[in-house]
Design a protein around this ligand. Structure first.
Ligand code: ARG
Ligand code: ZN
Length: 881
């Protein structure tokens, strides 16, 4: 199978290849089950490499049918082929030589979706991280860059379209019903950026004129008939290209940029040079079938993949340990892009919610690893939220510490110094040090130390002296393989609010370095002394979530409410309200478990209702205010011995109180923004829909019956409102006739649209309580379900395991047993998908004893599975350790 299971790759083992690959010519003769690939590679021995060093190329499940040395068959004694390598000996000391490898591939049988595969009759490739070795023997590693020529031969009728990277060279007929096309990519690239697509697809075309006046052809390929649904992606692409010129001075570098949407894809999308391949979920949208969240995702992912052209492709990674060099940086870039296109504060709230709900649990559990790991067993398991989202936060902190101008200077230096390189994190950080003169040595610990730092703060005010002290202490919790940690450089944006809501300007701040509005925490313990204050200030700390930390700061509800009402940073207002709500929800959950009375702080309900009603604030922000911390947020705050049923019961009690306190307001918000009329996907319209749909669940609770949500379902003229109403019906009134009718209406209306039915699966998979598992099992029998399609599996099985705490964590352990059997069934076909869904159990140790025991048994059952993939074996073993 794949990499020998158990073999661990270490960062410290890195060394360059013995041979330099100058260029490669690939010829594909496409066939569903017997595709022929011929690869001609020109090599020379690297200066300094041993004269007898053999050439060792990577392979995975390959069938080699020919091997030539300078055009002549290679003598059998000079090479050996084993499971995953081809070793060639007795090669020239200095002269360049050509190796030709013929392989035969079966795209139809490729269910892993790595390498060359077929999806809905379309040939396509996915090579990152190590998929190219499933096509031919190669130096399949990111530090080997060369230019590619690609010839594709295929049946003319079924494959009118033949695409690869770079610029189109030409094409022609090729005898009996076949034709061929040739592509040349002038930019040296690693194999993981190779792509080939062939088939019969529709296209949407446009052009973009770059800042230096070059015209670039833009093409988005989708299934025939779906062209109108690619319009928004095209618009997002053009905005991305413009933004990268304006903000990062980056211009596109080929004559053509293509995006292809496919329906079977393991992840979101892939940045292959000039030929991005996308999960169709992140390309296709129209008002009838896509929610506002879908539009926002399309915009972000189109931008993300486009931005990789510079951060990833022009400058790539030396090895896979450096993955965050391209991913963390590119996520940071797409976050900034979305913030500029939409509302910055609302975007920041959404990012932080996502970070806390996905990355914080990863960092606190058995799968925790540094942003720049030092060892791995299966690289596919390191495409994690830590590498991506925490990596983006680390980049953001560099910008915060240096300030806007020096950050830009550092980025410019990075592009100038490393264009064409396979670089490291050290190279990247050095550019910012050189551009700013600031030592980032301690800061670099963010790349090396796993775990979410905990900053504990206490404060005191001396009225007589007018001084305020802030005692800060940081601690980085132990994580697998890292028991002791060094103190980090933590940049905390802060402000001092006066009783009237205005901001104090202190005479001096001592004890902690301050630049602008940033406090630089660098020691384990530090005390900041602020002088020249007339009144006790309320400190607002970690504004804009300037550092990805947990903050323990004992503050009175009154102080938090003060920040929530007055801070000039909208993000900080949301955060303060969240900090006011969370202890209340935690307390309610404890009470629910103990069977004692649940009380809600009236300051919470008053503040929440007041801000939600504030017409001077944008609706999207008010919608975020109404979305209370989730059950998972409460579980994380509780930390251990968790009972998901009690957590839900406590949270429900708080919701019920808020629903009755705010009923009049919720009704107004719901009716005022009735969502009808011509749909536009812009942020302002989306915000109005978000506010209406945030009010609806509270109304449903207050009403205690489904009529209003059923009416909203019937009235909706766009997918955002329709799916929101269906969600409220299903989650609040699962047994109601109205709900059953709405589910069936929805199914029938969208029976032909798999992406929309994924919403139908996901809504039902998240109906809380014991009954969820039976529902999920029944839905798996539905003709709309397809166990071979990753989107379907994620929508139903993945959503159930990741996003239904009470349904999945059943006290009898049936949820875990179900997941174990699913993992064992998916793994032989698609190990990446199986491993990813299995990570839903990463917080199993924080469950109470009975559930934890069931979870442990399920994990052991997986671990005992026969012939586990390296992907699943790696995850399950780390979770058990
Ligand atoms: N580089 C792709 C992206 O933009 C993701 C590739 C993921 N590959 C994998 N084997 N998991 O983010
Ligand atoms: Zn990426």
């Amino acid at each position: 199978m794949r990499t020998e299971s158990g073999r661990i790759i270490h960062l410290t083992d890195y060394r360059p290849t013995d041979f330099v690959l100058e260029r490669v010519d690939l010829t594909f003769e496409l066939d569903p089950t017997e595709t022929k690939c011929t690869s001609r590679m020109l090599f020379h021995r690297r200066e300094g490499a041993a004269v007898d060093a053999p050439l060792v190329l990577d392979g995975d499940e390959l069938k080699m049918t020919g091997l030539l040395f300078d055009g002549m068959p290679m003598e059998p004694g000079r090479f050996t082929e084993d499971n995953d390598t081809l070793t060639i000996r007795e090669l020239p000391e200095t002269a360049a030589f050509e190796i030709t490898v013929d392989t035969v591939i079966n795209p139809e049988a490729n269910t892993q979706l790595m390498g060359l595969y077929r999806t809905n009759g379309i040939y396509c490739t996915q090579c990152e991280a190590e998929g190219f070795r499933r096509i031919t023997y190669f130096y399949d590693r990111p530090d080997v860059l060369c230019v590619y020529t690609v010839n594709i031969i295929a049946d003319k009728e079924s494959c009118p379209l033949l695409l690869s990277n770079g610029n189109f060279l030409g094409g022609a007929g090729y005898g009996e019903g076949k034709h061929f096309a040739a592509w040349f990519d002038p930019h040296p690239k690693p194999s993981y950026l190779f792509a080939l697509v062939a088939g019969d697809l529709g296209v949407v075309e446009d052009t973009f004129t770059t800042m230096s006046g070059r015209e670039v052809a833009l093409k988005i390929y989708v299934e025939h008939g779906k062209e109108p649904r690619a319009a928004y992606a095209m618009d997002a692409l053009k905005r991305s290209m413009k933004w990268d010129e304006e903000v990062f001075s980056r211009e596109y570098d080929l004559d053509i940029f293509m995006v292809v949407a496919v329906s079977d894809f393991n992840m979101g999308a892939m940045e292959n040079k000039g030929l991005n391949v996308f999960n169709d979920k992140y390309v296709l949208a129209d008002p009838e079938t896509a929610t506002d969240a879908d539009y926002a995702n399309i915009e972000a992912i189109i931008a993300h993949e486009y931005f990789h052209n510079w951060t990833g492709n022009r400058i790539t990674c030396r090895d896979w340990f450096q993955l965050c060099l391209k991913e963390g940086l590119t996520v940071y870039r797409d976050h900034e892009f979305s913030a500029d296109q939409r509302s910055r504060a609302v975007k920041r709230v959404a990012e932080v919610r996502h970070l806390k709900s996905e990355q914080f649990p990863e960092d606190a559990g058995p799968l925790a690893h540094p942003v720049r790991p030092t060892k791995y067993r299966e690289i596919n398991n390191f495409y994690t939220t830590t590498v991506y989202e925490k990596g983006a936060e680390v980049t953001r902190m560099i910008a915060t510490i240096l300030g806007r101008d020096l950050f830009k200077k550092g980025m410019d230096l990075y592009f100038e110094r490393h264009d064409g390189d396979a670089a490291t994190i050290e190279d990247f950080v050095k550019c910012f040090e050189d551009a700013s003169g600031r030592d980032l040595g301690q800061f670099s610990l963010w790349y090396h130390q796993a775990g979410t730092p905990l900053v504990t703060v206490s404060s005191a005010f001396d009225q007589a002296k007018g001084t305020f002290t802030l005692a800060l202490e940081q601690m980085v919790p132990p994580t697998p393989g890292q028991s002791a940690k060094e103190p980090m450089h933590i940049p905390l944006r802060f402000g001092l609010l006066l009783p009237d809501g205005s901001e104090a300007t202190p005479a001096s701040i001592d004890g902690v370095e301050v630049t602008g509005d940033v406090l630089h925490l660098t020691k384990r313990k530090q005390v900041a002394t602020v002088t020249g204050l007339d009144a006790r200030p309320v400190v607002t700390l970690n504004r804009d979530f300037s550092a990805p930390i947990n903050l323990h700061f004992e503050r009175t509800p009154a102080d938090l409410a003060h920040i929530a009402r007055h801070d000039r940073d909208l993000f900080a207002r949301w955060q303060a309200l969240n900090d006011l709500a969370l202890p209340n929800l935690v307390e309610a959950s404890r009470n629910a478990r103990a069977g004692t009375a649940i009380a809600v702080n009236s300051l919470l309900s008053d503040t929440l209702i007041e801000i939600a009603a504030d017409e001077t604030l944008e609706p999207a922000f008010r919608a975020q205010i109404l979305a209370l911390p989730s059950e998972a947020d409460i579980a994380r705050e509780l930390g251990s011995n968790n009972d998901p049923d009690a957590i839900r019961a406590g949270r429900e009690a708080v919701l019920a109180f808020l629903a009755s306190e705010g009923k009049a307001l919720f009704a107004t918000l719901f009716e005022r923004h009735d969502g009808k009329g011509s749909f536009t996907p812009d942020a302002a319209s989306a915000g109005r829909r978000a506010l209406r749909n945030a009010a609806l669940p509270f109304l449903a609770i207050a009403d205690g019956q489904p009529a209003r949500a059923a009416q909203a379902f019937a009235d909706s003229d766009n997918m955002t409102d329709l799916s929101a109403a269906l969600g409220v019906l299903a989650h609040r009134f699962p047994e109601a006739e109205e709900t059953q009718a709405a589910l069936e209406t929805f199914r029938a209306r969208f029976a032909e649209n798999a992406l929309v039915l994924d919403k139908w699966f996901a809504i039902q998979a998240t109906i809380p309580g014991e009954g969820a598992l039976g529902r999920v099992q029944q839905l798996m029998q539905s003709p709309h379900f397809n166990a071979a399609n990753p989107n379907r599996v994620r929508a139903l099985v993945g959503t159930f395991a990741f996003s239904n705490p009470t349904g999945f964590n059943r006290l009898d352990g049936e949820g875990y047993r179900f997941l174990a059997s699913q993992i064992l069934q998916i793994d032989p076909k698609n190990p990446q998908l199986a491993a990813r869904i299995l990570t839903s159990m990463r917080s199993w140790r924080s469950l109470e004893g009975v559930r934890a025991e069931h979870a442990l048994n399920a994990l052991r059952r997986i671990a005992a599975g026969e012939k586990l993939s390296a992907d699943v074996a790696d995850i399950v073993e780390r979770m058990l350790n």
